[in-house]
Design a protein around this ligand. Structure first.
Ligand code: HEM
Length: 161
């Protein structure tokens, strides 16, 4: 079962812009994922305190494997969201996954502003990773996919708040 949000037109070209840039970034995904979240913490230092595994760890952020995993999940799920948007016009996340995601983010104190900062940091990271392919259309395609994925998570968070 899945929860649908809103039906949008997302073209094959838009999906291709996301997938093409992700394919180019994939080989360096671990580093880029780390860069992505370090950028978030530069803009919003307090966001680091939301992560139990950062709060309780003596390791510096950049040495913490769990941070990379979370960051990579955001990249991957945004990519998947682009494909779903093109195929069915909505982002569908399995209900059990969405429930877990919603509950975890509510419990950790993640706010709308964090999702906003993360979108900015995500786009900056991609722009710097693939400057030769970057374009307004690519930025827009990633933005739409990310926004729809976050909308699905926030919808679940709202129902729990
Ligand atoms: C946990 C995905 C955005 C903060 C998680 C988990 C996933 C995930 C899969 C693990 C859930 C579990 O253990 O059950 C995503 C996706 C995002 C997103 C797909 C955006 C599209 C954010 C943002 C923040 C954030 C913007 C804050 C800056 C957290 C925190 C946890 C978490 C604090 C709990 C970590 C812990 O203490 O174990 N997220 N996340 N997430 N996420 Fe996100």
């Amino acid at each position: 079962m899945s929860l649908s949000v809103e039906v949008v037109a997302f073209s094959e070209e838009e999906e291709a812009l996301v997938v093409k840039s992700w394919n180019a970034m994939k080989k360096d995904a671990a580093n880029l994922s780390l860069k992505f979240f370090l950028r978030i913490f530069e803009i919003a230092p307090s966001a680091a305190k939301l992560f139990s595994f950062l709060k309780d760890s003596p390791l510096p952020f950049e040495k913490n494997p769990k941070l990379k995993i979370h960051a990579m999940t955001v990249f991957l799920m945004t990519c998947e969201a682009a494909t779903q948007l093109r195929k069915v016009g909505t982002v569908t996340v399995r209900e059990t996954t969405l429930k877990k995601l919603g509950a975890k983010h509510v419990k950790s104190g993640v706010l709308d502003e964090h999702f906003e900062v993360a979108r900015f940091a995500l786009l900056e990271t991609i722009k710097e990773a693939v400057p030769e392919m970057w374009s307004a259309d690519m930025k827009s395609a990633w933005t739409v996919a990310y926004n729809h994925l976050v909308a699905a998570i926030k919808e679940e968070m709202k129902s729990l708040a």
